[in-house]
Design a binder for this molecule. Structure first.
Ligand SMILES: Cc1cc2nc3c(=O)[nH]c(=O)nc-3n(C[C@H](O)[C@H](O)[C@H](O)COP(=O)(O)OP(=O)(O)OC[C@H]3O[C@@H](n4cnc5c(N)ncnc54)[C@H](O)[C@@H]3O)c2cc1C
Length: 590
């Protein structure tokens, strides 16, 4: 299997052209950060994740994590990798300086997460969920909980989990049944079975901090009756050190299609001691802090795995010789065949488009907390709300598609495990499912986000794309294809948006949600590539990397952006056709 070379130039270019990173690091909260520091950190991260973490990816897949005598054992290589990860301080980059963090913007943390996720998705899930737990605790925990738990989470001495799912409560989180009974000392006793808990148990650290949804007795039904608890694997002693084992049993570890090294646990809470976060019955609101961050990170996973699949496929296509390309005498590297070229360009353009979308969303998150004025913070928060479901769903759907194309580029060898292309495909397949399935993301987008501010939020985003598209005329002929295709795509999305926001038939809107999500994601991807091309075009004559940027945007405009039009009819088709075949004619013939 080929190694991983972090795309540091593309990451830096995206930080500059999409995030305007200089304007973020110049905000008062980031006084201690400067451009040289950021460059140095990205260089160091590139070396660390390619040399230390990437080599554990294949081992993790083949060895996996297992339950042995009630405790989860990870692959040996992970222990060494984890201790180097902690020693190097990578987990602490964005954490609060008050608790041992370095206080860098999330946008910079994202670049590091990208490299870690490309290097080893299964490994990255542990810091990813820990990061979400840190954010939740920072925003909603009491001072006492922050004092006891934050520093060790930020520095990676302990890790965090997100504990929602139960056998009867998957997408429908409101159906959670786990119980929380208040004890005389103000703590709670948590009981119930939770399933599918990522990194729910493991042997990399000496404490695991679970953030668990449960119901107090007499709580209202549904999501309004859910509370959130911090439940450590080991209860802390008076010195703040892990001591007594809490009443949590790891019942089993799932056998899965991919991410074999990430232990997906069934946990049984048997009167475990938990500490309430915030107020009773407000748990879902707090958990959304964690879920929204994780949704962006899962969108990132789609992009990061696509990058890895693309690198592997391109490397194979340069070596493998089959057939004769036009004008060549002997067997040609398959990269010379137009159809293989089409596949590789699809992988490259889609991956770079995703990078633009994910980075824009996370830059909006930084601005929503740190921008100088309340109005700027509000605007950024709205943008983040709009981009979160698209980032999660579009990037993970595309991640699977790109990983699948990666196998196709390899031909039969792609189906054989030893090349590694299959692992990327298997690993990618979970990403459209967890953190709210992509179907649920589409409903969030269409039913909640499109109507925001009476349609003005989505209208403003489409106006931004339309205005930018007009400005492309300044680039002359170089970007004429991009301008034409973007202009017609934005018009199509606007029409579909108006139909959705104008319809009073909520079932019809739900029926059109996923095709719409596809449309908007595809348009957004084209927009970010076009913004980069508009910058790159000035240097394209003398810098082949910049020329490639321009060509990539043109390819996307010609080959991929027209998919927007293919979705348009489905968005407005209504629900009747979805239910026209009666249930008894679905599945096995009656
Ligand atoms: C490897 C792995 C790791 C995970 N990690 C965690 C974790 O760390 N913590 C945690 O709490 N959970 C975790 N999960 C659980 C994951 O978030 C759920 O699997 C996911 O939310 C979907 O729930 P479900 O599996 O019950 O599917 P279901 O809810 O049964 O959904 C099945 C299908 O029905 C669709 N559907 C359901 N309801 C609706 C609706 N109202 N409208 C339209 N479509 C609908 C879904 O989109 C999906 O296509 C993990 C799962 C896996 C497999």
């Amino acid at each position: 299997m080929a190694g991983y070379t972090p795309p540091t130039r593309d990451i830096a270019f995206t930080l500059r052209t999409i995030c305007d990173i200089d304007s973020i690091i110049s905000l008062p909260d980031f006084d201690h950060v400067d451009g040289d520091m950021v460059d140095g950190m990205l260089g160091e991260a590139s070396r660390f994740f390619s040399e230390v973490i990437a080599p554990t990816n294949e081992i993790g897949d083949t060895v996996g994590s297992h339950l042995v005598d009630g405790e989860v054992r990870t692959p040996d290589a992970f222990k060494d990798a984890w201790s180097k990860y902690v020693d190097s301080g990578w987990g602490a980059v964005t954490g609060s300086p008050a608790y041992g963090g370095h206080g860098f913007p999330k946008t910079i943390g994202l670049s590091i997460s990208e490299m870690m996720t490309s290097a080893n998705l299964a490994f990255s899930l542990c810091p990813m969920l820990t990061g979400s737990a840190i954010t939740l605790l920072t925003r909603h925990g009491t001072d006492a909980l922050r004092e006891q738990f934050l520093e060790n989470l930020i520095t990676g001495v302990w890790t965090g989990t997100m504990v929602l799912t139960e056998p009867e409560a998957g997408s429908d989180v409101g159906a959670v049944r786990a119980k929380a009974v208040r004890a005389d000392d103000g703590t709670y006793r948590i009981s119930g079975t939770k399933i599918f808990i990522t990194w729910g148990d493991h042997d990399l650290v000496d404490n695991i901090i679970h953030l668990v949804l449960a119901r107090t007795p007499d709580a209202p039904a549904g999501t309004k009756g859910i509370s959130l608890f911090l439940v450590p694997k080991f209860i802390l002693d008076d010195e703040g050190r892990p001591s007594d084992r809490n009443a949590i049993e790891t019942v089993s570890v799932e056998h899965k299609l991919g991410i074999h090294a990430s232990p997906t646990c069934v946990l049984s809470f048997e009167g475990a001691t938990g500490y309430l976060i915030g107020e009773e019955n407000r748990g879902m609101a707090y958990m959304f802090t964690m879920m929204n961050q994780a949704r962006l990170e899962v969108g990132l996973e789609g992009m990061a795995i696509a990058e890895r699949a693309y690198q592997l496929a391109a490397s194979y296509a340069k070596d493998r010789r089959q057939g004769r390309a036009a004008g060549s005498e002997g067997p040609s590297p398959i990269i010379e065949h137009p159809d293989v070229r089409r596949m590789l360009m699809t992988m490259k353009a889609t991956t770079e488009a995703m990078r633009g979308l994910v980075y824009d969303a996370v830059a909006a998150e930084d601005r929503s907390h740190h921008a100088s004025t309340a109005a700027e913070r509000e605007t950024a928060l709205d943008r983040l709300a709009l981009l979160t479901p698209i980032t999660k769903a579009w990037c993970t759907d595309r991640g699977c598609e790109v990983a699948s194309i990666g196998i196709q580029v390899h031909g039969g060898m792609g189906f054989i495990e030893e090349t590694g292309a299959a692992q990327f495909y298997r690993d990618a397949r979970i990403t459209p499912i967890y953190e709210g399935t992509n179907g649920i993301q589409a409903l969030d987008l269409v039913m909640r986000k499109l109507p925001m501010h009476e349609g003005a939020l989505i209208g403003g985003y489409l106006d931004e794309i339309a205005t930018f598209t007009e400005s492309l005329s300044a680039a002359g002929d170089a970007l004429v294809d991009v301008r034409r295709e973007l202009s017609s795509a934005v018009a199509a999305v606007r029409k579909a948006t108006e139909w959705l926001n104008g319809s009073t038939d909520s079932v019809a809107r739900m029926a059109g949600a996923t095709p719409y999500q596809d449309m908007l994601g595809t348009l957004a991807g084209g927009y970010y590539l076009a913004r980069q091309a508009a910058v790159a075009v000035a240097d394209a004559d003398h810098d082949p990397w910049m020329a490639a940027k321009v060509a990539t945007a043109r390819f996307y405009a010609m080959h991929l952006l027209p998919r927007v039009h293919a979705c348009a009819d489905a968005v407005v088709a209504g629900s009747e056709i979805l239910f026209a075949v009666r249930d008894e004619f679905m599945g096995a013939e009656a």
